[in-house]
Design a binder for this molecule. Structure first.
Ligand SMILES: [Zn+2]
Length: 321
């Protein structure tokens, strides 16, 4: 007997009957860049279609995203002031803190996630505080992150997402949040964040290119897979509610391994460079953009992701509303 798997691919209806994975709009998170100064707002040349926004524009966008069924937004702040110790990051009236309040007021049903890091707030562009030898100091950075996290929690954020890759930060954040009565603030940890070339366009968007050196002393080395599972296990043990793999496309093996090894909800971050690649090819007429986006996003679901952070979230949701 000849086996004929094609039999089930003959019509759109048959293909739909046997479709194994589905991407829901409420699994998607749209990153938003919010500027303290209006003149910093505007297009990002390496990310066509994505803009840095003012607070008011961010709130309007959040309403639109909720209306088309998107699950959440992930906020990145572009502060007016940068210094060596990221002081504007822990300001009660900082741009992210104000935006959290404004979005939760305007669209309380939309999940608001705040990225927690220092690289947008330091004049040297590194994710943490520096020692006198110019190295990123783990423990003082973690203490600063905990102070910033409390300002986000007091602003009413739903999820805090530490992206710095310092050791022990999830446990420190959980303790700080719990001790101040914020038991319900969720931690989504950038657990396996690789030192990736695909972050390039984001650094233009957020103005966070390191002034010297690179981030390889804290972000993960791309060839390593077992180490990713170790990082994820540590974050879960320290109290992470959701863990993340970043970037997405070059690391789908890690997503699958993490899904198989852990029951914790799993997010992937489809980063700026992945967005830029598809956009650049589409603008040249080299790819069918819509099909390429949909194929890429369902790949993340198939690999085991529960939550997908992508600059294509709005585009996907509008086309599938
Ligand atoms: Zn950072």
């Amino acid at each position: 007997m000849i086996h004929r798997p094609r039999r089930l691919r003959r019509t759109a209806s048959l293909r739909s009957f046997i479709r194994e994975n589905h991407l829901r709009r409420d699994m998607l998170v749209q990153p938003l860049f919010v500027c303290e100064r209006a003149h910093d707002a505007g297009p990002i040349s390496s990310m066509p279609g994505i803009e840095r926004m003012t607070l008011a524009q961010c709130v309007a966008k959040a309403k639109e995203l909720h209306a088309v069924g998107i699950g959440g937004v992930l906020l990145f702040g572009i502060p007016a002031h940068k210094d060596a110790v990221a002081s504007s990051n822990e300001a009660e009236s900082g741009i992210v803190q104000l935006t959290i309040r404004a979005i939760k007021d305007a669209v309380p049903e939309l999940t608001v996630i705040a990225d927690l890091c220092n690289c947008e707030y330091t004049d040297h562009g590194h994710c943490g505080l520096l020692t006198e030898h110019g190295e990123v100091d783990n423990d003082s950075t973690v203490a600063l992150l905990a102070r910033v996290a409390l300002t986000y929690a007091r602003s009413g954020v739903d999820i805090i997402a530490p992206s710095d890759m310092m050791d022990g930060r999830v446990g420190a954040l959980r303790s700080a949040l719990d001790e101040s009565g914020h038991h319900d603030t969720v931690i989504m940890s950038y657990s396996a964040k690789y030192a990736s070339a695909f972050y390039g366009p984001f650094r233009e968007a957020a103005g966070s290119t390191p002034a010297f050196g690179d981030r390889r002393s804290y972000q993960m080395d791309p060839p390593n897979a077992r180490e990713a599972l170790h990082e994820i296990a540590l974050d879960i043990e320290e109290g992470a509610d959701i863990v993340m793999v970043k970037p997405a496309m070059p690391y789908l093996d890690i997503v699958r391994a993490a899904r198989d090894a852990f029951d914790t909800p799993l997010a992937v971050y489809n980063v700026s460079g992945e967005y830029a690649m598809i956009k650049a090819a589409a603008l040249n007429g080299w790819l069918d953009e819509d099909r390429a986006i949909d194929e890429m996003l369902i790949g993340f679901v198939r690999a085991g992701a529960d939550i997908i952070i992508t600059y294509f979230a709005e585009d996907f949701a509008r086309r599938h509303a």
